[in-house]
Ligand binder design. Structure first.
Ligand SMILES: [Zn+2]
Ligand SMILES: [Zn+2]
Length: 474
């Protein structure tokens, strides 16, 4: 059950699949930008993060810092059937096609056989001619799937009312009524008002109708301002810090990780060593009567107190290690981070700092602080999404080996079984509990629902550019 992508438990997410139609010349760009589009898995709507392509944020990193998402292939060339199959069984949830592919008869037949949840059209102004094949096919596709259409354009021709009418009618059918009524009520008065010799009442009527048109356009036509304008409008006014709890699985995983020898080593590094080296210090300390004397003693003799990291616990020592029994290694076998950092080729004169342990680990001068950063990174991953400790299928070679080694100790069976797929590997598709597993995502999900429900009762898309994205990064 767990391994079947079409099972009830882990079926196609409620928002998928989504079709993206782009002009052939930009389909490559779309391939890049899909990596930064995060489709938010809500039941009744979806959220699209559209981060500006000019941004310096590494797109792939941004994407993977949130969780594990599938990025869809381009539909075209010889792989088109396979791409469509992956969409149909739910392995991918966005399909990108070029406009020419989309309008070609046999490809269109294949596309219309899928029940799309949403269609996103880039360079939408190219669909302004309602008698063109592109426009008619798009309408057919929309009607067949009965799904929302999102048009994106930098040049919506507002002066040509007929084109505007048909572009809007595609995304919100019936909003303007039929064309002849729209022409009589809106288009003609606006045209007359613009004439050189227009009478005063014509001009006044034109202004009035322009207001009506603007009001009608407001809920369907979202103007995406230039980044500069957006910066002032959004980040300054809307920035809020929201604290969120870890999910139960995250808490369990976090607590477990803290018991691993790598983390134990770091957590108690500054505690006094218990091997006996500090016995004299404590005997004398206990004889002191007043608080004042104790504090004075601590200050005077602080150099005599030996911390674990400066004494017996510079390295993650194996608690079962025994001088007389050579079968146990000196280093704790579960100290994956330390072992991976110090497993260097012996014989390289540059790498030898101090000792060689277990005949393969070369210690460094910073031990044990050297594992602080990798240890923190793992904890941060847990806080984003527990699935990030599972190994991606795209991983290969040394990096894969290291991640698997860590996942093996970090994800014992009782925790592993609660993650998507229930194995050490990331599940290939998105699962329905993807949001529930992460406290951050759960909170974001709640905020988005709140926002959507309070501003707009129908399902809408939320376009968020990079400046705004920061609002949600907590
Ligand atoms: Zn000691
Ligand atoms: Zn070290």
């Amino acid at each position: 059950m767990k391994n079947s992508p079409i099972s009830e438990e882990v079926g196609l997410p409620g928002f998928a699949p989504i079709l993206v139609i782009a002009p052939p010349s930009v389909t490559k760009n779309w391939e890049v930008s899909t990596k930064i589009i995060v489709i938010w898995p809500l039941n009744f709507c979806c959220l699209v993060f559209l981060i500006n392509l000019c941004s310096t944020i590494s797109l792939q990193n941004e994407f993977s810092s949130w969780g594990h998402f599938n990025v869809a292939p381009i539909y075209g060339g010889s792989g088109r059937e396979k791409a469509l199959d992956r969409i149909k069984i739910g392995l991918d949830f966005i399909l990108i096609v070029g406009k020419s592919t989309f309008t070609r008869a046999d490809d269109f037949e294949a596309l219309i056989s899928v029940h799309w949840k949403m269609i996103i059209v880039d360079e939408y102004h190219e669909y302004k001619n309602h008698a063109s094949a592109a426009h008619m096919r798009l309408a057919d596709l929309r009607d067949k799937s009965a799904c929302p259409v999102i048009g994106m354009t930098g040049t919506l021709m507002q002066n040509n009312h007929k084109e505007l009418y048909h572009l809007i009618d595609m995304v919100r059918p019936g909003l303007f009524g039929d064309w002849s009524t729209f022409r009589t009520d809106i288009s003609d008065p606006l045209k007359y008002a613009r004439a050189k010799d227009a009478k005063a009442e014509c001009v006044s009527m034109g202004k009035d109708r322009q207001k009506v048109l603007d009001r009608m356009l407001k809920p369907v036509y979202l103007v995406r301002k230039k980044e500069e304008a957006l910066k002032d409008n959004l980040t300054k006014k809307n920035e809020k810090v929201v604290f969120c709890q870890l999910s139960d699985v995250q808490k369990q995983l976090y607590r477990h990780i803290l018991t691993l020898p790598d983390y134990d080593l770091l957590r108690f590094a500054n505690a006094p060593c218990e091997c006996g080296v500090n016995t004299q210090y404590f005997i004398r300390y206990k004889k002191l009567k007043t608080k004042k004397e104790q504090i004075a003693y601590q200050r005077r003799h602080k150099d005599q107190l030996k911390s674990k990291k400066r004494c017996c616990f510079r390295y993650p020592r194996n608690p079962y290690w025994d001088d007389n029994d050579l079968s146990e290694p000196f280093i704790d076998p579960d100290a994956i981070l330390w072992k991976q950092l110090h497993d260097k080729p012996i014989g390289d004169p540059d790498s030898i700092e101090e000792d060689i342990l277990d005949n393969k680990y070369i210690t460094c001068k910073q031990c044990p602080s050297c594992i602080q950063l990798p240890a923190m990174m793992k904890l941060m991953k847990i806080c984003s999404h527990p699935s990030l400790l599972q190994v991606a299928h795209s991983e290969v070679g040394e990096s894969k080996r290291k991640k698997l080694e860590f996942a093996e100790v970090a994800l014992p069976p009782e925790i592993r079984s609660k993650l998507p797929g229930g194995t050490l590997y990331q599940y290939e598709s998105l699962t329905n509990n993807h949001v529930k597993l992460s406290g951050k995502m759960k909170t974001l999900d709640y905020l988005v629902r709140l926002e959507l429900l309070s501003t707009c009762p129908v399902s809408v898309l939320f376009f968020v550019v990079v400046t705004c994205f920061a609002i949600f990064l907590f």
